[in-house]
Design a protein around this ligand. Structure first.
Ligand code: SF4
Length: 726
């Protein structure tokens, strides 16, 4: 792959123009109709609005300039006040890195080698749809429609190419669907159990906060457009606290970094409650009027005294006491969470405990006080979902939802009734993103499994497909970019025609629907018409905002009544309308030991964190781009000096991290960024592109988190390993 790839900077790319780049790299694989004429006639520049499609809270607006059907300029839209014209380093050179990358898939491919071998031959769309449709019909006839699994996720989080047409298709089929539990699978249901919503303090209102706890979130690196609001609040007098078991870039900037042992957040939050109640720092009036379960909670947290919590979290008692007191007196205090808190067995209860804190102290009463989590409910309320989902016209809905975390188990379980006989993977690369990757691999190697993948590249997962269909990139299709981290909705206009034979995911499902004999009108709707339908809404959040406005402006901020003080007087989204300290299943948040096996306890003494700690990769995306991979360097392991000394490890030594599931070859980085007994490796490297062919998720366990509401979240960080020099 790498030998064909030449590095080109954004500036150089823009100066040369896409024509030069395409001529340089694509002439051998693209028909001349795509490259176009090379005559030097005057050109007109057209500008298009778009939005980043990555699974990221920021959802940056961008602008694309096109000449002669080719991208000549690409960058953030400066007019958007929140994302402010700044794309992160992962996306600055997106057109050349992804859309015009010489390895991009531009024609359907059919497997001719063994599964995983990566041997394919080109096939026409017509023939490929015919063959997939016939095999699908046979599978359904023999094993039932639930033997087909739809495995779509957030590789493209914009609505249409993520899910609109595919949801219609698989609902019509009555197929099984994958439950999106890998991220948010614990933290979202947990917050809903307590507050009935994930909406809280608005991102911009952080400037009014005077005590900010960034709890398990690396804001400076992974929520880059929220970071300026942290700095503004600090300038206005706020103290910035980071709770994170790793010394992240954000932790380095904090006024105070609290570094608990991984997975002990729930104990820390309960310990804070113990101190707040003991010291009489609760807002009793708020508790009496707007919460339920306080009497039981008060009794429950007695066992989480600072000494006990100190033992669980590995923190000094005085730090727990100080944090609790400062938080209660923050005036107003804000806790910012995203998903970092959830990726361990105690992740659900950890979130619940943290989500209770603002109601205990009445932090919700003031602007900038409370909990800041996610904003996805905005688009859920504002857009016309009846039209998007076609709920009134679809005869059926998905019947069986299966946890994404345990895709390996699902594919290897013959007793599943019915067993999975066909899988459609789109916007997803489970060989890199799902835990226990060697089990996933074993499942995808099954010869009796029909695997269809829609992709930009021959990814680690696509190599196991029977058919791979070339998908369009965000520069080539219509879409709607909603956000789960801020308050702007975007339109994504196709800036250029699809390269080669690439088609939008939506078009794949339209074609397959036709082949399957699905004649409902919803399969005939074009992507542009779907965008129009979405904005055909009377919701006050979209007052004055329709398709024409979006075409012109590209983005809009929801019209939310402000000041936004959602829980100043209760009004929680729970059944009782109160903040519920006790869950509907009558549980109070509690710390529980992880049920490690005797083997894990005896042979694998180190706890492995696998976190997003790269500059250039985004989940499983971009790791195939050579210049971004060079920026990251070799896959590495952060190891504390004490653990390194015990193993005679020097900085830069080649190591093997291993357990009962896999073994990863990587380089030692001796550091105090993690505590003794904990090691850390970045997530996102593609196994086949690192020495030894295995990466972080070859080691992680597919253990589920404590909250099982959506099938259980992913406890990635409850992973034990041993480390040796190779
Ligand atoms: S990955 Fe996130 S921060 Fe980077 S450009 Fe996309 S939305 Fe913006």
């Amino acid at each position: 792959m790498d030998k064909k790839e030449n590095k080109i900077t954004r500036r150089k790319f823009v100066n040369l123009g896409a024509k030069s780049y395409a001529s340089l790299h694509l002439a051998t694989i693209l028909p001349s109709s795509i490259l176009g004429s090379t005559s030097h006639r005057p050109t007109k520049t057209s500008t298009f609005h778009g939005v980043c499609y990555h699974d990221c809270p920021d959802s940056c607006s961008w602008k694309v300039e096109v000449q002669d059907g080719r991208v000549v300029s690409f960058g953030g839209d400066k007019a958007n006040p929140f994302t402010a014209g700044k794309l992160c380093g992962k996306m600055e050179t997106f057109p050349e890195d992804i859309t015009y990358h010489p390895d991009r898939l531009l024609t359907p491919m059919k497997r001719i080698g063994k599964k995983g071998e990566g041997k394919f031959e080109a096939i026409s769309w017509e023939q490929a749809i015919l063959e997939v449709g016939d095999q699908l019909k046979e599978t359904i006839a023999r094993h039932g429609s639930e033997s087909v699994l739809s495995h779509g996720y957030m590789g493209t989080q914009s609505l249409i190419q993520k899910s609109v047409m595919s949801s219609r298709f698989f609902a019509r089929m009555e197929a099984s669907v994958i439950a999106h539990t890998i991220c948010g699978g614990a933290v979202i249901p947990a917050n809903f159990e307590v507050n009935g919503t994930a909406m809280g303090v608005l991102p911009e209102d952080m400037v009014h906060s005077r005590y900010i706890i960034l709890w398990g979130t690396n804001t400076k690196k992974s929520n880059v457009h929220q970071w300026p609001y942290v700095l503004k609040a600090r300038k206005a007098g706020a103290k910035i606290i980071v709770v994170d078991p790793f010394v992240s870039a954000t932790a380095k900037e904090a006024d105070w970094h609290i570094q608990p042992l991984p997975g002990t957040d729930v104990a820390l939050a309960l310990g804070m409650m113990n101190v707040i109640i003991t010291e009489g720092l609760v807002d009793q009036d708020y508790i009496d009027n707007y919460t339920s379960g306080y009497k039981d909670l008060k009794e429950h947290v007695k066992s989480y005294d600072p000494k006990s919590v100190s033992n669980i979290c590995g923190l000094p008692e005085e730090d727990i006491i100080q944090l609790a007191k400062e938080y209660a007196n923050g005036n107003p205090s804000l806790i910012r969470i995203l998903v970092g808190i959830e990726h361990n067995y105690n992740g659900g209860d950890g979130t619940r405990a943290v989500a209770i804190l603002p109601s205990l102290t009445g932090a919700w009463r003031k602007l900038g006080g409370g909990l800041m989590h996610m904003t996805f409910e905005m688009s859920g309320r504002a857009l016309n979902w009846e039209r998007l989902g076609y709920h009134d016209r679809m005869p059926t809905k998905p019947k069986r939802a299966l946890s994404m975390v345990q895709i390996g188990q699902l594919l290897n379980n013959p007793d599943l009734n019915p067993a999975i006989k066909s899988i459609f993977i789109y916007n997803s690369n489970p060989m890199v993103t799902a835990p226990n990757a060697n089990l996933t691999k074993k499942g995808l190697e099954r010869e009796d499994l029909l695997t269809v993948v829609l992709e930009h590249f021959m990814t680690e997962t696509a190599k196991y497909a029977d058919y791979v269909f070339p998908a369009t990139t965000q520069l080539e299709h219509w879409d709607i970019g909603d956000s789960w981290g801020q308050l702007y909705i975007n339109i994504n206009q196709p800036a250029i025609a699809p390269l080669g034979e690439a088609k939008p995911n939506s078009e794949f499902f339209r074609l397959l629907a036709k082949k399957m004999g699905y004649t409902e009108e919803c399969f005939k709707e074009s992507d542009k018409d779907i965008v129009k339908s979405a904005f055909d809404s009377n919701h006050p959040y979209l007052e004055g905002i329709d398709f024409d406005y979006m075409q012109e402006n590209g983005w809009a901020r929801y019209k939310i009544p402000e000041p936004f003080l959602p829980h100043k007087e209760g009004n929680f989204g729970t059944a009782s309308g109160k903040c519920e300290f006790i869950s509907p299943s009558s549980r109070l948040p509690a710390y529980k030991d992880v049920a490690y096996s005797e083997l894990e306890k005896s042979d694998f003494p180190l706890q492995l964190l696998t976190i997003k700690n790269t500059k250039g990769f985004h989940n499983s995306s971009h790791a195939n781009v050579k210049h971004l991979r060079q920026k990251e360097g070799r896959l590495w392991l952060d190891i504390h000096p004490e653990d390194a000394n015990a193993r005679n490890i020097q900085n830069g030594d080649e190591l093997m991290a291993f357990n009962q599931r896999g073994k990863v070859i990587l380089e030692a980085k001796i550091t105090k960024r993690i505590r003794p007994g904990v090691v850390c490796m970045p997530h996102g490297y593609w196994p086949s592109l690192v020495k030894g062919g295995q990466a972080s998720n070859n080691l992680t366990d597919d253990r589920l988190t404590d909250i099982m509401l959506w099938g259980g979240g992913a406890a990635f960080q409850d992973c034990r390993v041993q480390v040796v020099k190779t």
